[in-house]
Design a protein around this ligand. Structure first.
Ligand code: UTP
Length: 313
């Protein structure tokens, strides 16, 4: 990586604090992957629609967008993903059915899903990688900064990770990606950040300037134990970086490779976000998310906790 990446990102100085050009209004949710880690469940249904407790995963992600102030969600879909569109569409006959039977609360719940935010769709014709999926949203995003949230990574909690990244972007004008500490022997499952601490108020020690990024390194080659978590806030310049990115690991166009170019040319922050993530596209991650989110449920969390205590483990 060149010196440029370790200097104060140029656009940080140029863009300065929040102005209308820095405002993050849109989010891209790539959801066109094949979900092979979750077969056979994903043979005929999108993994983003697998239910965690009582909602499909992608609804949690859309709710994180809304809680972060996003006004327009762009979902990247592909073959066999129509149920995602149906889920966020209005369902007048279901609403009428529920209302006629006096189930007003349920009718309202169904209505809220389709009214919560503007949703647009674009299609990735072939699943050629996460970077390729983000590039498919270029026209819908246009020339403005945007968030990216992976459709199968859940980060529940009161302080949305996307909101934390938006604060970094809006106050510095430089892209930011969420990272978290991961076990040293699991680096081969993540994109790993090589970062230099760059503390500044109000972000403190959580902010690092990215020198480089490495996709899924073996533990002995990993530059740190900070793994990329599945939340990003990026300037529109990432699209040019993606257009210049050739197929990499797994013969896919990797977002991480385009982020390396962006870090070098414009600077990029890693932000150690506050919260816990679950990779719900993985069977064990899905189970952990299910148990922990169920324990927080106001309706049956306490009963579920009592039940778990009866298990002879
Ligand atoms: P994953 O790597 O988890 O998705 O990508 P995948 O390829 O479906 O997973 P496995 O390994 O086969 O189980 C993270 C997110 O990026 C989307 C996925 O849908 C998921 O939400 N993605 C991935 C795309 O939209 N297009 C792609 O080509 C690849």
């Amino acid at each position: 990586m060149t010196n440029n990446a370790s200097a104060t990102p140029n656009s940080a100085r140029a863009a300065g604090p929040t102005n209308s050009r820095n405002k993050v209004r849109k989010a891209v949710l790539p959801a066109a992957g094949l979900g092979t880690r979750f077969l056979p469940a994903t043979k005929a249904q999108p993994k983003e629609m697998l239910t965690v407790v009582d909602k499909p995963q992608i609804q949690y992600v859309a709710e994180e967008c809304v809680a972060s102030g996003i006004e327009h969600i762009i979902i990247v879909t592909g073959k066999g993903k129509n149920s995602i569109e149906d889920h966020f569409d209005s369902a007048p006959s279901l609403e009428r059915f529920l209302e006629e039977r006096g189930k007003k609360d349920q009718a309202e719940m169904v209505r809220k899903i389709s009214n919560m935010v503007q949703v647009s769709y674009t299609r990735q014709k072939e699943p050629l990688g996460l970077g390729h999926a983000v590039l498919a949203a270029r026209d819908l995003v246009g020339d403005e900064p945007f968030a990216v949230l992976l459709g199968d990574v859940l980060i529940p909690g009161p302080n949305p990770a996307t909101k934390q990244l938006i604060k970094v972007y809006e106050s510095t004008g430089v892209g930011a990606i969420a990272v978290e500490e991961i076990p040293k022997d699991k680096t081969n499952l993540y994109g790993i950040v090589d970062g230099e601490p760059a503390p500044q108020p109000p972000f403190g020690e959580r902010l690092l300037r990215i020198r480089d990024l490495v996709e899924k390194p073996k533990p002995e080659n990993a530059p740190s134990n900070l793994g990329i978590t599945g939340r990003y806030v990026l300037p529109p310049a990432i699209f040019d970086c993606l257009a210049r990115t050739k197929a990499g690991a797994g013969n896919e166009i990797q977002l991480t490779d385009a982020l390396r170019i962006l870090a070098k040319e414009q600077g990029l922050w890693a932000y150690i976000y506050e919260g816990i993530s679950y990779d719900a596209g993985d069977k064990l991650g899905f189970l952990k998310a299910t148990v922990e989110i169920a324990l927080q449920n106001p309706e049956f969390g306490a009963a579920f906790r009592s039940y778990l205590k009866t298990l002879k483990l």
